[in-house]
Design a protein around this ligand. Structure first.
Ligand code: DGJ
Length: 729
């Protein structure tokens, strides 16, 4: 990994192990151009790709008009209002109401390490394993600076970008749009991939051809959302899991976001990501700064699999923090699908007693333990233990669970307030709302104005008091509705557009405080299932609840989409009861275990009520988790086949970094009559090593297993699965 500047050629070059990213400066005007992002270049002059020698020439060396130049020049951080008519990365309204900005290079810095982003999640690195370039761009007329920051990491093919806007002018300006990253590329007849979904159907992969004009994937819900992801990939038509060029862009942000591709008149593509400008406005006073979230860009010449592995490595090694970053997580049992709101100390202890005997390591008490929360109509905000339900109090319950040798975890929904709550009766003005307008309810609740520090602090103290009252080692942080009726009494009229982002900053501040004050806490984020499964939240919690759909077959698609970007160990995945509560489907207990193994692994059922036959399988599943968890958590992920594509079966692998071991998961979704075994080509092995494959007598070369493959026998029935362990002989 390295970053260099060649004064002669005017090129900055960022190298990762297999990729290069080149920024070229137009010597006369100091426009900053995006020259190249792709496979590693050995020469450090790719500035010719800026095409400044082709008509229309740069305005200063030729009297041709500036507009024709700006209309096609590949900008590194494009601005609007001056003649570049494609999507701009930034929009600034000055005091006179005008919207024009021209950014040119004023200065640059290259240094080892990486600065933290104030108040925002970001990748981190040491002076040894990370290097950063800062380009200082300025608009001379307004005195606005845009400091573009780029970091590269040892051994990882990814570039992390962000932007800091500084107002060095004399008057305030309104920032109406600030993208985190933008690149201009030549189109190569790309396809695009986005992840779309809904509640219980999150992150399904959608691949379509990229056409002309702007195509975007975005959220306006105040969270990243069930529906879309802060992610897009552009890839060659023939790119698949293993081959072809892929560009992936992922925003580390948990609020309104947009990622877009704009294919233009010269078959050029502008690809960018950042805070969604819709509903956004930020007043920047003279001397003030605005920090954008970070975006990660990955280029892979090894198809989608190469892209996924780069994201996984970056997030595992340079984003997730805390002691659970590299450590095994306890196998938990959560009572939500077991009891919903209908539980008490006795029921929870009965579940814990049975679970501990089976090897389960932590009991998580979900929604319903506080205030008069007997259903989802009330009590959010009243974070006092309901001692009618939790007889003997929380400490008694936790101590009893601890005596069984189990840890204890608890659920909160800190950002919410029920109209029927003591908190709302005391502070009706704490909810986000617009004066004179009845705010809309979702799941019977309103959203607290987390942009206000006094509300953040109140919520924090309430949570901290509960956490200090007993030995609580895990928190599930839930969020069950999007934001609407956007208004804060703490903001002046011209600052109302700041609320969405200030809300997210408040959320981050609160989670940072929680994990700082309770450093041993395992935090799991959640949002009505997986509505806030994003890289922003991963900075605070090493795992995120993937979806309220725990059906093993639905999970194949949800987990495939999630694993396109996020490491397997980040995906909250549990074995639940059947018929499944979301789909009504009945799948074998064994298959549910195999599918949940690809995530954090846990249980979401009443272990005292399931069939004896299923219960008996739990100790073996627990053993399976302990045997394979390190491999799953730290290994390289390879997708072998996708049920989403073939409608028959699913298959993926994890391979240990040193290639001495691998685990293949094969799920036969639909059984077929009269068929032979299925040939599966393994991936990611060392071609020269010999491996023993579960169920095969003879050890074979990795090259044989990858080229000729293994045979997986047909299983009788639907929804059947097999784990195949591969070890170096
Ligand atoms: C939504 C979550 O995704 C569920 O797991 C559960 O915690 C409920 N909320 C509780 O209200």
């Amino acid at each position: 990994m390295n970053i260099t500047y060649n004064e002669k050629t005017g090129c900055f070059k960022l190298d990762t192990e297999h990729t290069s990213y080149v920024i070229g400066i137009v010597d006369t005007e100091r426009f900053v151009g995006h020259a190249y992002f792709g496979g590693r270049l050995l020469e450090d002059d790719a500035g010719y790709l800026l095409r400044t020698g082709e008509a229309p020439f740069t305005p200063e060396t030729n009297s041709r008009d500036r507009l024709s130049f700006l209309d096609c020049f590949p900008m590194e951080y494009p601005t609007g209002g001056i003649g570049d008519f494609r999507e701009s990365a930034i929009e600034v309204k000055d005091e006179g109401g005008h919207r024009a900005l021209q950014l040119t290079l004023a200065d640059y810095h290259i240094y080892n390490g990486k600065k933290a982003l104030k108040g925002l999640p970001a990748t981190w690195g040491s002076e040894e394993d990370c290097r950063t370039l800062e380009l200082v761009l300025e608009d001379k007329s307004l005195g606005i600076q845009a400091v573009l920051s780029y970091s590269v990491f040892a051994g990882i093919d990814a570039v992390a970008r962000s932007v800091r806007i500084v107002n060095n002018g004399t008057g305030p300006v309104m920032l109406e749009k600030v993208m985190s990253a933008s690149i201009d590329m030549d189109d190569r007849d790309y396809d695009k991939i986005v992840l779309h979904g809904s509640w219980a159907r999150e992150r399904h992969i959608d691949r379509t051809p990229l056409s002309y004009g702007v195509q975007s994937t975005a959220s306006l819900r105040g969270e990243s959302g069930h529906q879309q992801q802060p992610f897009m990939a552009l890839l060659e038509k023939n790119a698949d899991q293993d081959r072809g060029e892929v560009y992936g862009m992922n925003l580390l942000y948990s609020g309104n976001c947009i990622t877009l591709a704009d294919k233009g008149q010269f078959d050029n593509v502008r690809f960018m990501s950042g805070i969604n400008p819709a509903g956004f406005g930020w007043k920047l006073e003279p001397g003030a700064e605005f920090q954008s979230p970070e975006a990660v860009l990955v280029y892979s010449a090894e198809g989608l699999g190469g892209m996924s592995r780069a994201f996984h490595d970056l997030y595992r090694e340079h984003l997730i923090r805390g002691e659970y970053r590299c450590n095994k997580r306890p196998i938990l049992i959560n009572n939500w699908e077991a009891t919903y709101f209908d539980f008490n100390t006795e029921k929870l202890l009965a579940i814990a007693r049975e679970a501990s005997g089976l090897g389960i390591e932590m009991l998580v008490m979900d929604d319903g333990w506080f205030g008069n929360r007997c259903d989802d109509n009330r009590a959010l905000g009243d974070w006092e233990v309901n001692e009618e339900k939790i007889k003997g109090g929380l400490k008694y319950l936790v101590d009893e669970v601890n005596k069984l040798g189990m840890k204890f975890g608890i659920w909160f929904e800190p950002e919410m307030i029920s109209p029927d709550s003591d908190l709302y009766r005391a502070h009706p003005d704490w909810a986000i709302s617009i004066p004179g307008r009845e705010p809309g309810l979702a799941r019977n609740q309103l959203v607290l104005d987390m942009s206000r520090e006094e509300i953040q602090d109140y919520v924090y103290e309430k949570m901290a008091a509960v956490l200090r009252s007993a030995n609580i080692e895990y928190v599930k942080w839930d969020m069950n509705r999007p934001l609407s009726d956007i208004g804060s009494i703490a903001l002046s009229p011209e600052r109302q557009g700041e609320l969405f982002h200030r809300y997210v900053l408040g959320l981050y501040r609160l989670q940072e405080r929680l994990i700082t004050d309770f450093p041993h806490l395992l935090l799991e984020n959640c949002s009505g299932g997986g509505a806030r499964f994003d890289a922003g939240m991963l900075y605070y919690s090493p795992q995120i609840w993937c979806s309220d759909d725990t059906d093993a077959i639905e999970r194949l698609m949800i987990q495939e989409g999630t694993a396109l970007i996020y490491p397997l160990a980040a995906m909250g995945a549990h074995v639940s009861d059947c018929p499944n509560h979301a789909t009504g489907r009945v799948t074998p207990f064994e298959t549910r275990g195999h599918v949940a193994l690809a995530g954090t692994f846990g249980y979401e059922l009443d272990v005292t009520k399931i069939s004896e036959e299923d219960r008996k399988l739990i100790p073996a599943q627990v053993e399976m988790y302990h045997k394979y968890n390190e491999l799953v958590r730290m290994g390289d992920y390879y997708r072998v086949a996708s049920y989403r594509e073939n409608h028959m079966y699913d298959c993926y692998m994890v391979v240990k970094k040193d290639k001495s071991e691998a685990l293949v998961t094969f799920v036969q979704v639909l059984g077929r009559p009269n068929v032979h075994s299925r040939r599966i080509l393994l991936k990611g092995l060392d071609p020269d090593k010999r491996y023993r494959v579960d169920g095969c007598e003879r050890a074979r070369l990795g090259s044989t297993l990858m080229q000729a493959g293994i045979l997986v026998e047909n299983m009788w029935g639907d929804f059947r699965s097999r784990l195949i362990h591969v070890t170096e002989a």
